[in-house]
Design a protein. Structure first.
Length: 259
């Protein structure tokens, strides 16, 4: 038999190695590594894009949370201003101790009738619209208090405070509806943004009570209780304008979230 040439021998050896299971396994592993690298490269831009889209939404939720804090702060400021200002009003008006108690309960009397319908109004008219109207009318009550007291005395003051309570009544249930449309439920491995939003509402109550007492005391001491009420009313209207500009009924209606 003729001996095979060296070139043919080497070629056949290479073919046998290529056909062996070990060689095929090495080639498959190399192909898998190449595919994984390509998938990893493709996933990085997608992850960056998802993060870039998420950032405006998180920013908008943060803004909405602070706006809700502001609504509670303004609400509490208007309703709690009466307690310290009664001291200054008593120096000018003949207000007995029992009348003071009746005046302080006027807001609660107004709340009683409108808190329950507040949630239904939010579903029908929109939470933002209800909150805007409630805050604006409450601020108007603050501006009207000096005139009503000068005209009708303590009876006029009680009526205005009761009306203020009535228009503020829907704010508590409506703000909860508003919050539920912005803050998602907690997911596994994520943060509980709804709990954060609820805490912002509670903080607003505390901040409003904390700020209004020294503020109205200083204003009443320097300018009189009438100017103190008008200042609170004017600042509240200014906040309503800010609320109307930045608040949104739900994320898809927010103008500063990128489309």
């Amino acid at each position: 038999m003729d001996k095979a040439s060296p070139g043919r021998t080497e070629g056949s050896q290479l073919r046998r190695r290529a056909a062996s299971p070990g060689a095929r396994s090495q080639e498959s592993a190399a192909e898998r590594d190449s595919v994984q690298k390509q998938d990893s490269k493709a996933a990085k831009p997608a992850a960056c894009s998802a993060e870039a889209m998420r950032q405006p939404v998180v920013l908008a939720r943060t803004v909405q949370g602070f706006l809700l804090l502001g609504t509670r702060m303004v609400q509490q400021s208007m309703r709690n201003a009466l307690s310290p200002l009664l001291v200054f009003m008593s120096q000018e008006l003949d207000i007995s101790t029992s009348q003071k108690g009746t005046l302080l309960s006027a807001i609660a009397a107004g709340y009683f009738f409108t808190q329950v319908p507040g949630g239904a109004l939010a579903d029908r008219l929109g939470a933002k619209n209800v909150m805007t109207v409630a805050l604006f009318l409450s601020a108007c009550c603050c501006l009207l208090i000096p005139c009503c007291v000068d005209t009708l005395g303590t009876s006029g003051l009680w009526v205005v405070m009761a009306v203020m309570g009535a228009v503020q009544g829907p704010l508590f249930p409506t703000s909860t509806v508003y919050l539920s449309r912005w803050m998602p439920k907690k997911v596994e491995g994520g943060t509980d943004e709804k709990a954060w939003g609820t805490s912002m509402l509670d903080i607003g109550i505390s901040v409003g009570a904390l700020v209004v007492i020294p503020l109205v005391n200083s204003l009443a001491g320097a300018l009189g209780w009438r100017m103190a009420y008008q200042t609170i009313g004017g600042l509240s209207i200014a906040f309503v304008a800010l609320w109307q500009l930045l608040a949104a009924e739900e994320p898809r209606r927010c103008f500063y979230i990128s489309k």
